[in-house]
Write a protein that binds this ligand. Sequence first.
Ligand code: FMN
Ligand code: ATP
Length: 142
Amino acid sequence: MTRVVAQGTFDLLHPGHVHYLEDAATYGDELHAIVARGANVTHKAKPILADRQRRDMVAALDAVDEAHLGHSEDIFVPIEAIDPDVIVLGFDQHHDEDAITAALGDRGIDCRVERASGREPRHDDELLSTGDIIDRILERRG
Ligand SMILES: Cc1cc2nc3c(=O)[nH]c(=O)nc-3n(C[C@H](O)[C@H](O)[C@H](O)COP(=O)(O)O)c2cc1C
Ligand SMILES: Nc1ncnc2c1ncn2[C@@H]1O[C@H](COP(=O)(O)OP(=O)(O)OP(=O)(O)O)[C@@H](O)[C@H]1O
């Protein structure tokens, strides 16, 4: 049984999220998604939706076997509990593969790190970014 981990903020789900999770699932038999705590999202605007709602929506997707809310202080605590064989990073995630591989090694976790593919829009009006969805809401309803 090969366990895979994918992770992200997953605010206001869109087809890019579904693509990422479906791609990550192809790396093994069981996909675990870790949903970032809003308090830990510091590299961009905080999510609109609550931690639990984002976790519940990710858990409802076919590709996902289990969705976990992330740890509030140490991102390697859920990894130690899940004990994955592979962590699949999103195509544009700022995390560095080598830094994560080194941190996993320091903790004695035997797990490789891969990078998912991106997904291009399939029609003119398709939005594949939470930030773009929010911009459109503000433009049309603000
Ligand atoms: C291996 C790994 C494990 C993570 N675990 C957690 C966690 O336990 N708690 C958390 O709040 N964030 C965790 N994160 C960080 C968030 O998922 C991070 O904010 C996320 O990568 C942001 O990506 P996004 O901007 O693509 O949504 C983890 C990231 C990685 C790479
Ligand atoms: N178009 C896409 N193709 C493939 N993966 C995507 C796409 N959009 C987002 N993802 C992946 O989904 C995961 C979670 O993305 P995140 O929650 O940051 O959403 P986002 O829409 O990219 O956000 P924002 O627009 O606020 O930057 C990340 O790993 C990201 O790489």
